[in-house]
Every structure is written in C-alpha cells, then in structure tokens.
Design a protein around this ligand. Structure first.
Ligand SMILES: [Zn+2]
Length: 206
C-alpha cells in the first residue's frame, strides 16, 4: 500500500529485492517480499504490451498489412520521424525491410550533431526514402529552451519534442497519411519515477 510522503522522509533505507530502486525515490513502496512498485508496474504496464518472438512478429505483420492497405492509391504508406539517432534509424530500416513506402520527416531544432545529419543523409539515400526537413527558428527555440532551463523543469526535451510531433502531424495531415511511426524504446524511455521528474536540485542560470 502506498505510504504518505511525510512518513517516507523519515523511513529507513530500503532497496528493492529485485531491482536497483531504493528509498531515494520518496514515493517508492514495497510488498511483503521487498519487491517495489516499479517492478510491479513493469509487469502490469510494460511487459503486457511488449511483444517479442513469434507473437511480436505476428502483430508486426498484421500492423504492416493494415498500413499498406491504408496506403493503397497514395504516394506513401506512412510517415516516420527521423532524428539520426539509433531508434529512428532502426525504425527506418525496419520499415524498409517490410516494404513500407515511407516519407521521413526530420526536425532541425538547432541541436543536430554532424553525425546525426550524416546518418539521416545515408539512411534516406541507401533506403531510398523521401525526406522533408523542417527547420525551427533558432532564436525562438533558443529563447524557449532558456526559459525551460530557468524554470527548472526536469524534462528539458519538451520544446524540441513538441516541435518534432507538431511537424509529424502537420505533414501527416497535409499529405493525408494516416500512420505516423516513431522509434521509441519501451524499456528505457520515460523510466524515471514521478518524484524525480518534478523538481531539479541545481541552481538555475540567471
Ligand atoms: Zn524493484
């Protein structure tokens, strides 16, 4: 059962008997075997939606068929977000392997590395994927990002994440493409406990 935050401040140190999470997360709680709520959440929320092996392949093929069916008579089957990082690069390869006709959308929010740009070029050239690059006004992005630093919001990716998704949906609407695919790692992204996301422990820039 979840304990009160005020009580947690005085609690003795405890670490999960199954994973590495401990009482540095003030909201953590344990069952009678010492297993934490994050482990239980993984079993209930993530693991039940994480299909691997034969079942994963079956679901994947089913989805690919749906996407292709929707794309009949259109120039593209789907849009993919392409950052030049490993998740979206793999997604592009995955789509190519399954014969999807993809329109790649890349958003340059001012943080691109040379390697990311090179990766995008190579991926689109070798896999023959059409690419749209949306360049965000750097002065606007810089001002917004600075405001996020000053506000001590933990998730500093919010400005560029919003720009990415806004662009993806803009081009999906404009080109009447129903499916928008994104590279996302279910095992590692957005994994921080809620209490660690709320405040920052460092002094903001002035
Ligand atoms: Zn645990």
């Amino acid at each position: 059962m979840k304990q009160d935050k005020n009580i947690n401040l005085q609690r003795v140190y405890q670490i999960c008997t199954r994973c590495v999470m401990d009482t540095t997360d003030p909201d953590i709680y344990f069952d009678n075997k010492g297993i934490c709520n994050h482990c239980h959440s993984f079993e209930i929320n993530q693991k039940n939606h994480w299909f691997r092996g034969v079942e994963g392949e079956r679901k994947t093929n089913q989805l690919v068929d749906e996407i292709k069916k929707e794309g009949i008579g259109k120039e593209y089957d789907c849009i993919i977000g392409l950052s030049g990082g490993v998740d979206s690069a793999y997604l592009a390869y995955w789509g190519w392997k399954h014969g999807l006709r993809m329109l790649a959308v890349h958003v340059d929010a001012g943080w691109n590395t040379e390697m990311a740009v090179k990766n995008i070029e190579n991926i689109c050239k070798k896999l023959k994927i059409d690419l749209i690059t949306e360049v965000i006004d750097w002065d606007d992005m810089r001002a917004l990002q600075k405001a996020f630093f000053k506000s001590k919001v933990v998730n500093q990716d919010i400005p560029q994440d919003h720009a990415f998704f806004a662009a993806l949906y803009k081009y999906s609407t404009k080109n009447k493409i129903k499916y928008v695919l994104n590279g996302y790692n279910i095992s590692s992204e957005s994994a921080l406990p809620l209490a660690w996301r709320e405040t920052m422990q460092w002094t903001p820039f002035t």
